[in-house]
Design a protein around this ligand. Structure first.
Ligand code: 5RP
Length: 219
C-alpha cells in the first residue's frame, strides 16, 4: 500500500468518530481531504463543519457540506485533522500545510481531537519534522534568533503566506522532549502568531494507518 492509500484508509475510518446531524471541526491536508471525500458519502450527513483553511472550505463546499464560521459555534463534539508528527502521548507537530493557526482555533472548540495519520507520522520524540511557526512579519528575524538560542535553525518558508496573511518559519534541528513546556515558552515570544506544537491541544485519539490496517490509540 502507498502512503496515500494509508491516508485514504484512515480518512474512511474517521467516519466512525462522526455523529450524523452534528457540526464537526475539519482540519487541513491530504489525509483530511480523504476524510472529507468519505464524509460526503455518509447516508445521514453532518449538519455542517467548521473549517480550518480556505482549501478545506472549498472542498467541503464542493461536496455540498455546509461550512460555518468558528464564531457561530460554541462547542464541537469532535475535531478531525492530520499531523506531521504525533508522539506516544498524542502531542503533535502540525502546520506542514500552513494552516496551524486556524487548526488550533478550531481544535480549541472541540471536546475531542481525533488525529488521522499514516504510520510514518508516529514518532517517539517530536522534532525531526521542521516545526512550523506563524509570525508577524516584522518579528520574523528576532523569533528566528530565539530559536537559534535553543538550538533550532529557522528557515523562512519561501513564497508562502498563511490564510491570515503571515509568513511562516520552519524550525529545523529541535528535539522536543517536553512539548507542553516548549509550546508555552514559544507562545510568550513577541510577534508569535502560533506555533505548530499541539501539546495543549493534543489528540485524545489517533487512527493510524498501517499495512495491517487501522490502529486506534487513545491518550
Ligand atoms: C496542515 C497540517 C496537516 O495536518 C499536516 O501537514 C499533515 O498533512 P498531510 O495529511 O497532507 O500529511 O497540519 O497545516
Amino acid at each position: 500500500m502507498t502512503q496515500d492509500q494509508l491516508k485514504a484508509l484512515v480518512g474512511q475510518a474517521a467516519l466512525q468518530e462522526v455523529q450524523p446531524g452534528t457540526i464537526i471541526g475539519v482540519g487541513t491536508g491530504s489525509t483530511v481531504n480523504h476524510f472529507i471525500d468519505a464524509l460526503a458519502t455518509m447516508p445521514r450527513r453532518v449538519a455542517g463543519a467548521v473549517s480550518s483553511s480556505a482549501a478545506t472550505t472549498a472542498r467541503l463546499r464542493a461536496h455540498g457540506i455546509a461550512v460555518l464560521e468558528a464564531g457561530e459555534v460554541e462547542q464541537l463534539a469532535v475535531y478531525i485533522d492530520g499531523a506531521d508528527e504525533i508522539d506516544g502521548r498524542g502531542c503533535m507537530i502540525k502546520g506542514g500545510g500552513a494552516a496551524l493557526t486556524r487548526e488550533k482555533i478550531v481544535a480549541n472548540l472541540a471536546l475531542r481531537f481525533v488525529c488521522i495519520a499514516d504510520v510514518s507520522k508516529r514518532v517517539d520524540v517530536l522534532g525531526r519534522f521542521p516545526l512550523p511557526v506563524e509570525v508577524i512579519a516584522m518579528a520574523a528575524a528576532q523569533v528566528a534568533r530565539r530559536f537559534e538560542a535553543i538550538g533550532g535553525r529557522a528557515v523562512l518558508r519561501d513564497g508562502v503566506l498563511t490564510d491570515n496573511g503571515h509568513p511562516l518559519l520552519d524550525v529545523h534541528g529541535l528535539t522536543i522532549a517536553d512539548p507542553l513546556a516548549l509550546e508555552m515558552e514559544i507562545n510568550q515570544w513577541p510577534g508569535m502568531v502560533s506555533v505548530g506544537l499541539f501539546a495543549r491541544h493534543r489528540a485524545q485519539s489517533c487512527l493510524l494507518g498501517t499495512l495491517g490496517g487501522v490502529i486506534r490509540q487513545d491518550f
